[in-house]
Every structure is written in structure tokens, then in C-alpha cells.
Ligand binder design. Structure first.
Ligand code: SAH
Length: 400
């Protein structure tokens, strides 16, 4: 049965367990639940001494939850003596002290002894008392040992079926060496050092590309820490494939036409500032990482860029003349029409000084080369694209 954890097609544990003897049980429900607990822990033999409500008992069947095979084979007795006659090792369970010269053991020790003795040919039995007053003194006297559970002394009495369950649990655990019915599924083979290394090389290359491993003096420590993350998790081959794929997917970014980026306007603005500062600083030495940033910007258009780009391509007034550019160098504007010699630039709100300064320098450079430069507020593009396009059309109509 899916989900219930009960699978009747599985072979039940076929172990020689102790006999469970309920002395004058009162409630059918408890008998049924005892049978269920026995079934859970591979116990099969149930004996009843004078059940109060007779036998069979419909309430017992209802609460057995499928442990009918145990109820069907119940053996009935008129006396405790008769019920335990064939037992060579007998335990009496009790919450109370009986003041008898008899060893008192816990359920675990009892279970160990039962496993050892039954292996040596003994037949073990465990007595359980009535719900109302447990076992009488002379019944306890029949047993070799008293079993009592380590419980709260101020509230020591368990429900009958739960007492059976505890004994069944301890016995089954010892009889089976604590084997669990299911464990984590086998993982794929563990990745070799070489596979881990290949992944790591790739990761480091990508991180270098985005200048994650900075400043240079911290690089070695960062690499050790990073590597330890992966060695600690003892990845499988499959894990490495997945990680590899994830890193590459992030590194390659969104493919195809610009789709709406993962960079917010603010992030994009910060990146642009970074680019602008670098461009002023050391254009050659850091050209590689600049290109990385530029590509990131290109792949992640802001809402305004996306909207404008979309209209520039689809609106017949512009006839697909404009190109969207990767801002790799200081002279590259956001959009350009080479045929009409027009450059368009988007101005993002709250941009830092460096970006504005760069844009000013770019404008001068472009105008010196006969380009007209149109600056558009990103906020306005987003608010009223139709108006922006209208203005653009006017500019296009003007003879330069
Ligand atoms: N009121 C009864 C307890 C009945 S509980 C009394 O005072 O003895 C029914 C049976 O569950 C008990 O006779 C005993 O066989 C078992 N049982 C309940 N609590 C137990 C405990 N703490 N240790 C061992 N057996 C217990």
C-alpha cells in the first residue's frame, strides 16, 4: 500500500520470538493494539488468559489494523500456569515493585537474554497484566525475572498495548542487529580528485572572469576555503555534473535576444560606474575583466533598455537602423545608427559622477566625428515611450 509503510508482499521477519501472554485483558481494543504492536516487531504468538469479554472479540479485530494473522492464531487458556507451561524462560512485566527475591531488569537486558536463550533452544514468554491492576503477586512469582521500564516514577503505568510495543521493539532491535527497513538510496559513485579538480578549475576561471577572487593577496586563502566547501561535501560524479552545469549556466547567462535582465536598474548603474572608472584608470591592464562586466550589462538590459530596444526594432519609423551595443569601450554608446550617424544614450536616475563625466566625454568624441548624440532619461522611457519615440522621430527628421 503506497505511503502506509505496510507492504504485505514483503516477507515478514521470520524470527523465533517470545510468546506474549496477556493475563485477563479487559478491553478488546487493547488486545487488538497488542496484536498490531506484535506485528510491527515480528512477534507472532499471542496467548490470552481468560479475556474479560470472551473470544473472539470484534473490538480487538477493529483495532488490530491488519494484524489479523496474529488474532486468528490466538491461543486461549484458563490459567496463567497453563499458558506458560512450555516456557523455559519467563518474564513478568510490571510497573510496580513486587518486593520479591527476583531479579528486576530493564526491557533491553530482557531482550538480549531472550535473543541469546532462544538461540540456545529456550522458549521465552512475557507476561502482561490486566489494565486495572496488573499482575498478581503469585503470577509474578512464576517468572524468572521482572521487567520494568525506565519511566517517570511519578507516572509509571503504560497502556497495555504500549507496554507490549516497547518489549517488541527492544526484542526486534536485538534480534535483527538494529537493521533499518530502508536507508538512503545509493548515491552515484563518488567523484575522483581529477573530476573535482576539473570542476574547480572551471569555477575558478569563471570567478576570475568576474573578479571574485580579489584582492590578489587574499586569492590563495579564498581558493582554499572555496575548495574545502566541495571536499567537505564529498560530491558524487552526478553532483559534479550538476555543479558544473550550474556554473556554466550562470557564466553563460541568458542566451539569445535580450529578454529582461537579472540586473535591476540600480545594479546596472553601479556596473556602468565601475566600467566608467576603469575606463579612465587602466584601460589596457584590466581590459579583460571590463569586457566581462560589459557583457554582463549587455546580457541584462534594464527595463528601459529593453523597452527602447524593442520599439527601435519594431517601429517602422526607425526601420531597424539602430544597433544595441555592448558598452566595452569609452566611445561606445548604448544604441547607434551608423547609417544615420545618431547615437542614443540612456540616463539612469541616481547615477554616479563618473558615469555622467564619461558620457559627456563620449558625446564630445562622437560629435567631433559627426555623430548626433541624443540623451534619453530611462525614467521617461519607462513612463512614456511614445513621447520619447516622437521626439526621436523629430530629431531624425532634422537635417544634421
Ligand atoms: N495499573 C496497573 C498497570 C496496568 S498496565 C498496575 O499498577 O500494575 C498493563 C500492563 O502493562 C502491566 O500489567 C504491565 O504488564 C505492563 N506495564 C505497564 N507499565 C509498565 C511499566 N512501567 N513497566 C513494565 N510493564 C508495564
Amino acid at each position: 500500500m503506497a505511503g502506509s509503510g505496510t507492504d504485505k508482499s514483503k516477507p515478514g521477519a521470520d524470527l523465533a520470538g517470545p510468546v506474549v501472554i496477556l493475563v485477563e485483558p479487559q478491553l478488546g481494543e487493547n488486545i487488538g493494539m497488542c496484536a498490531r504492536a506484535m506485528g510491527n516487531f515480528g512477534l507472532k504468538r499471542l496467548r490470552l488468559v481468560k479475556p474479560r469479554d470472551g473470544w473472539p472479540n470484534i473490538a480487538a479485530q477493529r483495532s488490530a489494523a491488519g494484524a489479523d494473522f496474529i488474532l486468528d492464531n490466538v491461543e486461549l487458556f484458563d490459567s496463567v500456569e497453563a499458558a506458560v507451561a512450555d516456557c523455559t524462560l519467563l518474564f513478568a512485566t510490571s510497573a510496580r515493585a513486587h518486593d520479591q527475591a527476583k531479579p528486576v531488569v530493564g526491557p533491553e537486558a530482557a531482550a538480549q537474554e531472550i535473543v541469546a536463550e532462544t538461540a540456545a533452544g529456550a522458549s521465552a514468554g512475557i507476561l502482561f497484566g490486566r489494565e486495572r491492576y496488573g499482575l498478581e503477586n503469585q503470577e509474578v512469582a512464576l517468572a524468572n525475572r521482572i521487567v520494568t521500564f525506565p519511566v517517570n516514577p511519578a507516572f509509571a503505568s503504560l497502556n497495555l498495548a504500549q507496554a507490549v510495543l516497547l518489549m517488541g521493539y527492544e526484542w526486534f532491535k536485538h534480534a535483527t542487529g538494529g537493521a533499518l527497513p530502508h536507508t538512503m538510496p545509493d548515491r552515484s559513485e563518488r567523484a575522483s580528485q581529477q573530476q573535482l579538480e576539473a570542476f574547480f578549475d572551471n569555477l575558478v576561471a569563471e570567478l576570475d572572469r568576474v573578479e571574485f577572487l580579489r584582492p590578489p593577496e587574499k586569492r590563495d586563502t579564498m581558493l582554499v576555503n572555496l575548495r574545502n566547501i566541495f571536499t567537505r561535501m564529498e560530491p558524487t560524479k552526478q553532483d559534479i555534473h550538476t555543479l558544473h552545469g550550474a556554473v556554466m549556466a550562470i557564466a553563460e547567462g541568458r542566451k539569445g535576444p535580450a529578454k529582461g535582465g537579472v540586473l535591476g536598474g540600480e545594479q546596472a548603474t553601479r556596473l556602468r560606474a565601475l566600467l566608467a572608472e576603469r575606463a579612465v584608470g587602466t584601460p589596457d591592464a584590466e581590459g579583460g575583466s571590463m569586457r566581462g562586466l560589459a557583457r554582463l550589462l549587455r546580457r541584462n538590459p534594464t527595463d528601459a533598455e529593453r523597452l527602447l530596444w524593442d520599439r527601435l526594432r519594431s517601429d517602422r519609423r526607425f526601420a531597424g537602423d539602430f544597433k544595441r551595443q555592448t558598452p566595452v569601450g569609452r566611445h561606445i554608446p548604448d544604441f547607434v545608427s551608423f547609417t544615420r550617424r545618431i547615437a542614443l544614450e540612456l540616463i539612469n536616475a541616481g547615477e554616479p559622477e563618473a558615469v555622467a563625466t564619461e558620457r559627456g566625454a563620449r558625446k564630445a568624441w562622437l560629435e567631433a566625428r559627426d555623430y548626433r548624440v541624443v540623451w534619453l532619461e530611462a525614467a521617461e522611457v519607462e513612463r512614456d515611450i511614445a513621447a520619447v519615440l516622437g521626439r526621436l522621430e523629430t530629431v531624425l527628421g532634422q537635417v544634421p
